[in-house]
Design a protein around this ligand. Structure first.
Ligand code: ADP
Ligand code: MG
Length: 668
């Protein structure tokens, strides 16, 4: 790595300024790419409109004049001969240039064209004529004291020195795509001779980033598959079939396929790392339970982790019912489990008495030892950070991992974000389900909302009402749970029982309210978004969401997923002050993929990547969305190359690649 001072003209001062930009050595200087380019090309004056930007060259005619407008404002005016006509030029406040502006001098002017006065107001003046054709000038982000021009000059002078760059693209791929070499590419990024070459240069750099990214993902995947501690077990298909046939419904085709894929993973001697992705209400839980049952039959323990206590309890009760006729021992562990009970649970997990533990984050917060942990399932995966997932992976003996999520990752991204994971999607919903009908209502249409609610109550159905806040905080525009309870009591107090649930209630209270709602003792449940994920009360046929504009579309879709969980026609009513295009999308579609795609297009990728910022994953010039086609190519090539890489580990050409891959091993 070369010191910045090797470049002529860089002293301590410039170095400090460059450090500010994150440039500490010559390699980093080369990787400091322009964020855009200016194309310097002679304007066709005939076709310019008044006020257009103009780039023109010519020869100064006659002696320029200085005009004093006032104390602090002076200008130089002169004429240039452009071969096709004579143009007036005005240059404000650059009197120091006066002595260089002599009759007969060649100049290039960049500025604004005043057609009526046949004048250019110059923003920029350079000596000499324009080169023929177009010149492309890279523009960099810089800092006070270091101009774009200076920075560019330093980079270009380094480009002409004797240096080496690290190349990650194997020669045979460079040849396949007729790529520029890495060095040529870097050269043309900073000093492009023409647009075509710049394009080729950018292509080469982007491809390299994407290729390395996919290679890293492949590498992680290969490592998972290569895990010696991975479990393989015998699957008792006969007993599992019997178990499935005793369920109160038959599985959908997609559920069957998901079960088959998961059981295949459990059987194989490789560590499962699978994402089960399915829209709200598609029936992921039962798939999880069947997997747990298979794991139990093979005499391994299972852990099921969920993001909220409400959901943990719900899964626990569901599991007790479903596994009633088996010999499975099931326990619940949350933050409200008493210390005494916790201790007893830990002991039973360690001596193998518990077959299935269901819980919240508590499952990873403490150092729990398992006798024979074989399967870890996380429900609502998107609620957990990547790190938590990793902690879980380390428990026990390389247990198989199944993650479930209802927040669909847009197709475009599933590949990259979950690239080291196998993905199973449940697309169809259980038969008999009707699409949830969604209405948008303005706040002033509240009477209509109440009428719609009454219809459901009269039929004995239940309703969720959601507000963004728990209590009043003086912002009148925002509904809160407490006020809503008043209002609902006024409207329905005589015909319905109204309950309240939110995050500030203690856990006993929450459990009580939830079970009252499940047992139809409560007709209208007023809530914050604590009910967002997973909650399953099939008799609820309507959800009314106030201040809907305050929620992201994916959250609204999740909330909507609380209804439509049986064969009842269900409704979702979004209430907000004014209508928004965003909310109208939910009226039009029930497709979670389409919704998350839209959320994504309008809010950008930052949200999805979360901790993994694009720079961090090595994508500086490439963009997963814009360069998606190239990403697919890079993936194919990486898939093909990884075998070669491990066979020819000693080929020096591949050392930089292996080096780079080793780095992620330390990260994991
Ligand atoms: P999610 O995928 O959102 O977690 P759940 O697993 O909670 O969905 O399932 C939603 C509801 O659908 C539950 O009441 C469940 O019992 C029911 N269900 C699941 N699979 C089927 C099926 N194949 N046929 C009918 N009902 C089903
Ligand atoms: Mg669920």
């Amino acid at each position: 790595m070369l010191e910045l001072e090797t470049i002529e003209g860089i002293g301590p001062k410039t170095k400090e300024l460059m450090n500010k930009l994150g440039i500490h050595n010559c390699e980093e200087l080369l990787n400091y790419y322009p964020y855009r380019y200016d194309i310097i090309k002679k304007s066709d004056v005939q076709n310019l409109n008044n006020g257009d930007r103009i780039i023109i060259d010519g020869i100064i005619e006659g002696q320029p004049t200085i005009i004093y407008i006032n104390k602090s404002l002076k200008k130089i005016i002169f004429r240039i001969n452009t071969k096709t006509n004579i143009l007036n030029v005005t240059l404000y406040n650059r009197i120091y240039l006066y002595q260089d502006l002599k009759s007969g001098k060649e100049v290039t002017i960049i500025g604004k064209y005043d057609k009526l006065k046949n004048t250019v107001v110059a923003a920029n003046i350079r000596f000499g004529l324009l080169p023929p054709g177009a010149k492309i000038e890279p523009i960099y982000y810089t800092t006070n004291g270091l101009s774009v021009k200076q920075l560019s000059k330093f980079i270009i002078s380094f480009l002409h020195m004797d240096y080496d760059v690290i190349n990650f693209v194997p020669h045979y791929l460079e040849e396949r795509y007729n790529f520029l070499t890495k060095k040529e590419a870097i050269y043309n990024i900073h000093n492009p001779s023409d647009i075509l070459r710049l394009k080729k240069a950018r292509q080469r750099i982007k491809y390299e980033e994407l290729f390395m990214y996919m290679l890293k993902i492949n590498y992680l995947k290969a490592k998972i598959e290569d895990d010696e501690k991975a479990i393989s077990r015998k699957i008792d298909y006969e007993k599992i079939d019997k178990f499935i046939s005793r369920l109160p419904f038959s599985l959908t085709v997609d559920q069957e396929r998901a079960v088959k894929e998961i059981l295949g993973d459990l059987e194989a001697k490789k560590r499962m790392n699978r994402l089960l992705q399915g829209d709200v209400g598609s029936g992921k839980t039962i798939v999880a339970f069947i997997s747990i049952y298979a794991n139990f039959l093979a005499k391994y323990q299972s852990a099921l982790m969920v993001p909220t206590e409400i959901l943990a309890r719900q899964h626990y009760e569901e599991a007790l019912k479903i596994f009633e006729k088996t010999k499975m021992t099931i326990r619940l562990l949350t933050s409200s489990t008493s210390i005494k009970e916790k201790k007893e649970i830990y002991a039973s997990l360690e001596n193998g008495d518990i077959d299935l533990i269901i819980g919240t984050q508590s499952l990873i917060q403490e150092k729990i030892k398992y006798k024979k942990l074989g399967l870890v399932i996380t429900d609502e995966q998107h609620r957990f950070g990547v790190n938590q997932r990793n902690i879980f992976k380390e428990k026990g003996n390389s247990p198989d991992v199944l993650s479930m999520s209802a927040t669909p990752i847009p197709r475009t991204y599933a590949l990259t974000i979950y690239g080291d994971t196998d993905v199973t999607s449940i697309k169809s919903k259980p038969s008999g389900r009707k699409e949830v009908i969604t209405y948008f209502k303005k706040e002033k249409e509240i009477t209509e909302v109440l009428e719609l609610m009454k219809k459901e109550i009269d039929q004995g159905h239940q309703i969720y009402v959601v507000a963004p806040m728990i209590e009043d905080d003086d912002s009148e525009a925002i509904e809160n749970v407490i006020d809503l309870k008043e209002k609902m009591n006024k409207a329905f107090g005589k015909i319905a029982k109204i309950g309240v649930i939110h995050g500030k209630l203690d856990n006993k209270e929450k459990t009580k309210v939830m079970s009252q709602f499940e047992n139809r003792k409560i007709n209208i449940l007023i809530s914050t978004t604590v009910i967002e994920v997973g909650v399953n009360v099939p008799n609820a046929s309507m959800i009314v969401i106030f201040n809907a504009n305050m929620f992201g579309l994916s959250t609204l879709h999740q909330l909507r997923g609380r209804v439509g969980r049986s064969d009842l026609q269900s409704y979702c009513i979004l209430v907000a002050r004014d209508s928004q295009e965003r909310l109208r999308l939910l009226e039009r579609t029930n497709d979670g993929f389409e919704i998350s795609e839209y959320d994504f297009q309008t809010r950008g990728e930052g949200d999805l990547f979360g901790q993994r910022q694009s720079g961090e994953i090595g994508l500086v010039m490439a963009n997963i969305r814009k360069d998606y086609k190239m990403l697919l190519k890079a993936k194919e090539d990486a898939d093909e190359f990884i075998g070669t890489l491990f066979t020819f580990k000693t080929n020096p050409e591949y050392f930089p690649i292996l080096n780079e891959l080793q780095k992620i091993e330390n990260l994991e």
